[in-house]
Design a protein around this ligand. Structure first.
Ligand SMILES: NC(=O)c1ccc[n+]([C@@H]2O[C@H](COP(=O)([O-])OP(=O)(O)OC[C@H]3O[C@@H](n4cnc5c(N)ncnc54)[C@H](OP(=O)(O)O)[C@@H]3O)[C@@H](O)[C@H]2O)c1
Length: 274
């Protein structure tokens, strides 16, 4: 295990900044500095936890930390980077989780004073099951820094190092993925309620089925079609339902939803950034 202390700053303590804060606070040898322009958010995250220093402003986070996690919405990211740039130097690293904002534009906004990495996380980070894309394309990143960032993420979940050209696709599948899963599970829950199960029990049944299905798929090594055929026996009930999904083009619609998400990431990249 890497025991070198790491000073991590978090700017933006919303959904994702909060998830990172929770996951990072469980790692030994990580010191945390946090700031959100809504102080109640950073105070709530840090409450009762010695690991956190709640900072008065973004500059203080930039000065105090070595790795700066920028967890604000894409639209405000470059303005934030421009504002903290006087506090940056070549020993610091900017880590952006924003969808659709390129390494190049972040590095330009920071005047190329320090290296930039992009990370694409998802919310299961909150329960230690994060899945991350890590983009290390910035040519100014040293092998040592790449290793520090990758091993930090590996302590919080599964990491895929990939070129920046793939990150929007990854964001649509993995970043937005939990959102799509929840919409599907809501449909299961509604059906269970319609069939007479109390809502609480319906939710538990759906979750247990989702969890078991994921574990089976992972442990068996079978592909999804083989696993489907284990359930859809000839003349049975599953095939009757599955044919309805085929007739209504549901699989195609789900794939299209992911494509829409991917296109939105590309659209965000084209919008003028503040
Ligand atoms: N949510 C996801 O599942 C997910 C997945 C992958 C990637 N991401 C990326 O993660 C980033 C954050 O998303 P989120 O869902 O966590 O957003 P969020 O819940 O809105 O959190 C952002 C927080 O940062 C604060 N903030 C904005 N500008 C600031 C500044 N200059 N200084 C200090 N605090 C500032 C916001 O305050 P205000 O509310 O006042 O604006 C808000 O509290 C986005 O770039 C998104 O693309 C999110």
């Amino acid at each position: 295990m890497n025991t070198t202390p790491v000073k991590v700053g978090i700017i933006g303590a919303g959904n994702m900044g909060g998830a990172f804060a929770k996951a990072l606070s469980q790692l030994p040898h990580v010191h945390l500095f946090i700031y959100d322009r809504n102080p109640h958010k950073s105070n709530a995250i840090a409450k009762g936890k010695e690991k956190f220093v709640v900072c008065k402003n973004a500059d203080e986070v930039a000065v105090s930390s070595d790795l700066l996690l920028l967890s604000v919405k894409p639209q405000g990211l470059l303005e934030l980077v421009g504002a903290i740039t006087p506090k940056l130097n070549s020993n610091k690293v900017l880590m952006s989780i924003a969808v659709g904002v390129s390494t190049q534009s972040i590095a330009d906004a920071a005047g190329h004073v320090c290296p930039v990495v992009r990370i694409m996380p998802n919310t299961p980070l909150l329960v230690g099951e994060g899945v991350f894309a890590l983009v290390l394309d910035d040519p100014t990143l040293s092998p040592e820094i790449k290793q520090v960032v990758a091993s930090l993420l590996e302590r919080m979940g599964k990491v895929y190092i990939m070129p920046e050209s793939k990150i929007d696709a990854f964001a649509a599948i993995v970043g937005s993925g939990p959102g799509f899963m929840y919409v599907l599970w809501q449909a299961f829950e509604e059906a269970a309620v319609a069939l007479g199960f109390p809502r609480k029990e319906a939710k538990e049944m759906v979750l247990a089925t989702a969890k078991g299905s994921a574990l089976l798929a992972e442990s068996s090594g079978n592909d999804f079609q083989e696993l489907y055929e284990m359930v859809a026996s000839p003349g049975g009930t599953t095939i009757a339902g599955a044919l309805h999904l085929d007739r209504t083009g549901t699989k195609g619609h789900i794939a299209d939803a992911i494509m829409k998400s991917y296109l939105r990431a590309q659209e965000l990249a084209l919008l003028p950034q503040k």
